[in-house]
Write a protein that binds this ligand. Structure first.
Ligand code: URA
Length: 435
């Protein structure tokens, strides 16, 4: 086969079929396809799109470009993926909760992307926790504890690793079909039986409008199902952070407060239970999603999820007493400053991109790949939509490495909040389910 023919067929909007896409994905992984050809391929997909059949074939071919895990466990293998948001620390609660309900969760996660946070960066706040583990350790910890939240090793979907890097510099990230194949190739390489997808929409999401989120959710569900994995998606609100904190250690605090029953954010609790309920129902560990949500709530309340979390942290190199001593173990930023309101009003909108940019300015996220991040910094006590504000009230608390960075971030963060006279129309946490 010849990459030029495949690209030309795509350019003409013709279907490619399984063998051409397998050849191309293998070529991406081996280097037989050049950067120029990969860029042209990505652009052609962006402009012409793929048929549902070709999207599934590309996803499977990228999944199979590296190792695909197989399992022999006494329970189903299941996972959750979120398209990314602010204060979204659901994964750290849900993986141990699903494990406590009898599922096995090899959760291959990513770092922060753009203005949104990433699960691996949050885990970096836990001293000693290793996210870079080989596949045999991922398998062993998953089998022993029931869950392991780690990064993608080099041999998981190498075709996606290469194509993603080329998309990133060729203006071809925003393609429904390429996003679908990219997300699912990595997730499905973990050998999942079931996958629940949290597709976010709103000011802090990549898909700001619900139609685009719906379109992506349908593509993700249909493609995962086409690849032999049971799947459903929830479209959920990201017009404000899921919890009152954005920043890596600060979000782990939110997780630990929930796991240990010392403080609960209703939106985080509800979304974790709803996504977990979906996942349990998909793989037959619950009668339906409502029954599953009840089971997740039960293991969060009973401390069984906390126990699994502690075991996972210990197995992956973190403190043995993390669940008991997390307050002493997490790093704290030296400078804490409020962002104060200068007028009266009701919080009408929160610009999630601006909030994320504030966290990046503090050093809590990356400007470019490879940047080091400071896991202790971020923003906490963020006001919520609809809150009434008086002059001098705190809109958010900045946690910074020094006073200059706190000042720079305050300038950005002040612009993230729109105050007005009327309360905004309340948005539901979950807009719809696609399954
Ligand atoms: N996350 C991914 O893994 N890939 C994309 O293309 C977008 C988000």
């Amino acid at each position: 086969m010849d990459a030029r023919d495949i690209i030309a067929q795509l350019r003409r909007g013709e279907p490619l079929g399984v063998s051409a896409l397998e050849w191309f994905a293998q070529g991406l992984a081996s280097g037989a396809v050049s950067d120029a050809q990969a860029g042209a391929f990505a652009m052609a997909v962006c402009l012409r799109g793929l048929s549902p059949e070709d999207r599934t074939a590309l996803t499977c071919a990228m999944r199979d470009s590296g190792k695909v895990l197989n399992w022999d466990l006494p329970g189903p293998v299941v996972d959750k993926h979120s398209t990314g948001g602010l204060g979204d620390c659901v994964s750290l609660l849900l993986a141990p909760a699903l494990a406590a309900c009898g599922a096995f969760v090899p959760m291959i996660s990513g770092r922060g992307l753009g203005h949104t946070g990433g699960t691996l960066d949050k885990l970096a706040a836990i001293p000693g926790y290793r996210t870079e583990v080989g596949l045999s350790e991922l398998k062993a910890v998953t089998a022993q504890v029931g869950c392991a939240v780690v990064g993608a090793s080099r041999n998981i979907a190498p075709a996606d690793k290469r194509l993603y890097a080329i998309r990133d510099v060729s203006g071809t990230v925003e393609s429904r079909d390429l996003i679908t194949a990219s997300i699912l190739s990595k997730k499905l390489a973990a050998g999942l039986e079931g996958l629940v997808l949290d597709v976010k929409t709103g000011s802090g999401a990549f898909m700001t409008d619900i139609e685009a989120a719906r379109d992506l959710a349908h593509a993700l569900v249909r493609t995962a199902q086409g690849a032999g994995c049971m799947a459903s998606a929830l479209i959920t609100d990201m017009n404000q952070p899921l919890v009152g904190s954005c920043g890596n250690a600060l979000e782990v605090i939110e997780v630990m407060e929930t796991l240990t029953g010392t403080g609960v954010t209703p939106a985080l609790w509800d979304l974790t239970c709803t996504l977990g309920g979906e996942a349990l129902a998909l793989v037959g560990l619950a009668e339906d999603a409502a029954d599953g949500a009840g089971r997740i709530a039960q293991v969060l309340e009973s401390g069984e999820a906390a126990l699994r979390f502690g075991e996972m942290v210990a197995e992956l190199g973190g403190p043995l007493d993390f669940v008991e001593r997390w307050r002493d173990r997490l790093p704290a930023a030296p400078v804490v400053r409020p962002v104060r309101a200068d007028r009266t009003g009701i919080v009408q909108a929160i610009d999630g991109r601006m909030l994320g940019r504030g966290v990046i300015a503090l050093g809590g996220g990356r400007h470019r790949e490879g940047d080091r991040i400071d896991v202790s910094v971020g923003v906490s006590e963020i006001v919520m939509l609809g809150e009434a504000i008086m002059p001098g009230m705190t809109l958010a608390l900045i946690h910074a490495a020094n006073a200059d960075e706190a000042e720079d971030a305050a300038r950005i963060l002040r612009g993230a909040f729109t105050l007005g006279d009327a309360a905004p129309r309340p948005a539901p946490l979950i807009y719809e389910r696609i399954g």
